[in-house]
Design a protein around this ligand. Structure first.
Ligand SMILES: NC(=O)c1ccc[n+]([C@@H]2O[C@H](COP(=O)([O-])OP(=O)(O)OC[C@H]3O[C@@H](n4cnc5c(N)ncnc54)[C@H](OP(=O)(O)O)[C@@H]3O)[C@@H](O)[C@H]2O)c1
Length: 181
């Protein structure tokens, strides 16, 4: 598929979309540890990610990744935690346990929800049918260790490739998928 053959997801203008953003090594790792900063991703991916976040009106993120933001969370951020009430509250940020909370209801006011990760966040949104699109940026690096992209799944999910873009000369590749139902 070339750049000019980009497909668009099957969507209506009014439809709610859940869109995951993942930066990965070639061996499918998103981080070396739970606290490691994302300092191995390219400038081009960072720019893409920031531009995409501007299009979203709500965000879903795991507690560790949220803590890495150090108070820079955007409005309408929903943070997954098993212990939401034990966490200090912040303005515009809602801590929820997705095993208990009614996620569909909580997120119903929003049109485009950015799923920021980590692995169990991506997986639980996928498992609950709350993931429509996935952007995966593959950086040309091998870790051989670290956090996997998705974690704890119990079944396969089919994807349709919508586009492939090379972002820079070193070979960072951006893949865009639609999750098939
Ligand atoms: N490359 C990328 O695209 C990307 C994306 C996101 C994150 N990261 C990196 O990944 C690292 C953090 O990874 P992480 O695996 O520790 O992920 P994380 O999802 O940020 O944090 C994990 C924590 O979130 C809560 N959580 C996540 N899913 C949950 C669920 N389904 N139910 C209840 N609680 C849930 C739990 O918090 P409690 O312990 O409070 O219960 C869990 O301990 C950081 O280095 C970050 O920079 C990279």
């Amino acid at each position: 598929m070339t750049r000019s053959q980009r497909l668009t997801p099957q969507t209506r203008a009014s439809e709610q979309r859940f869109v995951a953003y993942v930066a990965s090594s070639v061996d499918g790792r998103i981080s070396l540890s739970e606290k490691a900063p994302p300092d191995w991703t390219s400038e081009e991916d960072w720019k893409f990610f920031q531009e995409e976040l501007e299009k979203c009106d709500a965000f879903v993120i795991g507690r560790n990744t949220f803590e890495g933001l150090k108070g820079r969370a955007r409005p309408n951020t929903f943070v997954f935690s098993r212990y939401p009430s034990a966490t200090p509250q912040e303005k515009d940020v809602t801590f929820i346990n997705p095993g208990i909370a009614d996620l569909k209801q909580l997120l119903s006011p929003f049109r485009r929800i950015g799923i920021v990760g980590g692995a169990r966040v991506y997986q639980s949104m996928l498992d609950q049918g709350l993931l429509n699109e996935i952007y995966v940026t593959i950086e040309p690096i091998l870790f051989g260790r670290g956090r996997e992209m998705f974690e704890g799944g119990t079944k396969d999910h089919g994807l349709k490739l919508l586009s492939v873009q090379t972002l820079n000369k070193k070979g960072t590749v951006l893949l865009h998928y639609e999750v098939l139902r």
